[in-house]
Design a protein around this ligand. Structure first.
Ligand code: C2E
Ligand code: MG
Ligand code: MG
Ligand code: MG
Length: 284
């Protein structure tokens, strides 16, 4: 971890800081070729209802670099977001996700998909028209596509983002606010945006009763209530234990996503899975 700057403007960089900076530069330079070299892939993680039935998937990008090995999205997405590369990666993810969804539909499954959209992507002037063109190209009903935006992405340029969201919502696309509760948003402007879902961040789900702690979480309760007040659904991310599921169901959270049900798995895995069955037999 890089040390804080020393006082009086002197900057001391530790060995750790130097290594971190080297890694940053390495990721930044190799990321440019990741697409051409076909090093990106897609994983899908199920989102389930109270019956444990998969209703949708979240698409999560994966990068296996020939030089750096596997790099997690938590490490390379923020670097991609510093430049236009995030748009190229984002477009690749959209295309690959729609292609996969089309294959699921052809197998007779009625599923939706959630795609993460960065701030830089959503403010592109042609974002709405190009997404619509691609969805039409694949012949996918717009209602099957949920777009995940973080609160931070909303506030970057709220007027542009609202305009694009309104345009897309009119066409049938839905929006989920990702990592909800970790950013800055208020009921006042959330109700102005065409939102369908609040996604409760994992850090709040982590607070919810484990075997040793049955306290629950006032923040989780408040977000579920806020979703209800806004007339949108709630989904919990990072659900890992049956106690969390039980608590969330008792509070009226609508859907769940997390390792308890399934880790994100490569697309090929899902092509060989009967998607109409329960993801987890653990759920009552
Ligand atoms: P996110 O959108 O909040 O995605 C949830 C993250 O939590 C994923 O990490 C997922 O693998 C992980 N996760 C899900 N369930 C559990 C659980 O039960 N326990 C734990 N410990 N983790 C769980 P991942 O795949 O590493 O992605 C990290 C972040 O990178 C994502 O957070 C998202 O912000 C970003 N990201 C991933 N794919 C894309 C993409 O295609 N485009 C954009 N713009 N961002 C992406
Ligand atoms: Mg997400
Ligand atoms: Mg999230
Ligand atoms: Mg998160």
């Amino acid at each position: 971890r890089a040390k804080k700057s020393a006082p009086f403007g002197l900057c001391h960089i530790s060995d750790d800081g130097m290594q971190e900076f080297d890694r940053y530069l390495a990721i930044k330079s190799h990321l440019r070729q990741a697409l051409e070299k076909q090093e990106l892939s897609l994983s899908l993680q199920p989102q389930v209802n109270h019956q444990g039935v998969t209703t949708s998937f979240e698409a999560l990008v994966r990068w296996h670099s020939s030089e750096l090995g596997t790099v997690s999205p938590g490490d390379f997405i923020p670097i991609a977001e510093e430049s236009h590369i995030i748009c190229d990666i984002g477009n690749w993810v959209i295309d690959e996700t729609l292609k996969t969804l089309k294959q699921f539909i052809a197998r007779g499954f009625d599923l939706c998909v959630a795609i993460n959209i960065s701030a830089k992507q959503i403010v592109q002037l042609d974002f709405a028209s190009s997404l619509l063109a691609r969805v039409n190209y694949y012949g996918i009903p717009t209602q099957m596509v949920m777009l995940e935006l973080t609160e931070t992405a909303l506030v970057v340029d709220i007027d542009t983002v609202k305009h694009t969201m309104d345009q897309l919502a009119k066409c049938g696309f839905r929006f989920s606010i990702d990592d909800f509760g970790t950013g800055y948003s208020s009921l006042a402007y959330l109700k102005e945006l065409p939102i369908s879902e609040l996604k409760i961040d994992k850090i709040f789900i982590d607070d919810v009763s484990t075997r040793s702690n049955h306290n629950g979480s006032p923040i989780v309760d408040a977000i579920i209530d806020m979703a209800r007040a806004l007339n949108v659904t709630s989904i919990a991310e990072g659900v890992e234990t049956p106690e969390q599921v039980e608590y969330l169901i008792s509070k009226g959270c609508n859907r769940f996503q997390g390792y308890y049900f399934s880790k994100p798995m490569p697309v090929e895995h899902w092509h060989n899975t009967n998607l109409s069955t329960k993801t987890s037999t653990n759920l009552k």
